[in-house]
Ligand binder design. Structure first.
Ligand SMILES: [Zn+2]
Ligand SMILES: [Zn+2]
Length: 175
C-alpha cells in the first residue's frame, strides 16, 4: 500500500474511515488493472455510483474530479466505480463485495486496506456507455433575474429566455 497516497486522501477527506478505504483500494486496483495514472485532463473518466466518502480518494488519486468534468455521478447508491480510458477505449467496473458482519469500524478499514483485491471487489464491464466529453456552452443572460446560465439550462417562458430558478415548471403529474 502506498501510505503517502493514503495520507493525502485522509488529509483531503478530513478523517480515516472504511468508505475512504474502499475508494483508495478502488484506485489502486484500477491503476494496476488499467495502468491508469493521475489524469491531468479528461482522458480518464470515473463514473461513481455513490456520493460517499470513497469518492474523495478517487478525486485525489486519479485526478477524476467534478470540476474537470471527468467525475460523473450516477446515483444507484451502490459502492461501485467505473473507469474509462478514452485513449485506449478500455473500461472497468468495480463493486465492493458485501462486508463480513463481525467487524467493527477499525477492523473493517484495516481489512479493506490490506485484503487481497479480489476479496474486496468484484470486477466487470460497465453496462453503460462512456459519457461524452464536457462541452462548453454559450452563456445566456436570464431575462427575468439577469443572471447568466449556459444555454442548455435556459427555458422559454412568455417569450422570454429564463433560467431554471425563474422558470415556473408546468407540472400536472400525479403526486
Ligand atoms: Zn469518511
Ligand atoms: Zn433567472
Amino acid at each position: 500500500m502506498n501510505s503517502n497516497l493514503w495520507k493525502k486522501s485522509v488529509d483531503f477527506h478530513g478523517h480515516e474511515c472504511p468508505g475512504l478505504a474502499i475508494g483508495f483500494r478502488a484506485c489502486e486496483a484500477v491503476k494496476e488493472k488499467l495502468g491508469l495514472q493521475f489524469s491531468t485532463d479528461e482522458e480518464v473518466v470515473c463514473v461513481t455510483e455513490n456520493d460517499a466518502c470513497g469518492v474523495d480518494a478517487v478525486q485525489v488519486i486519479t485526478g477524476c474530479t467534478f470540476g474537470k468534468g471527468n467525475l460523473i455521478y450516477r446515483g444507484t447508491g451502490k459502492m461501485a466505480f467505473s473507469f474509462f480510458n478514452r485513449k485506449t477505449g478500455e473500461s472497468l467496473r468495480l463493486i465492493a463485495k458485501p462486508s463480513k458482519q463481525d467487524m467493527d469500524r477499525q477492523q473493517r478499514q484495516d481489512y479493506i486496506l490490506s485484503a487481497p483485491i479480489e476479496e474486496v471487489f468484484s470486477f466487470g464491464e460497465p453496462s453503460f456507455q462512456l459519457p461524452e466529453q464536457a462541452r462548453l456552452f454559450t452563456t445566456i443572460v436570464c431575462e427575468s433575474c439577469g443572471e447568466g446560465a449556459p444555454e442548455h439550462k435556459i427555458r422559454l417562458q412568455d417569450d422570454k429566455k429564463v433560467c431554471i430558478d425563474c422558470f415556473k415548471a408546468y407540472d400536472r403529474g400525479w403526486k
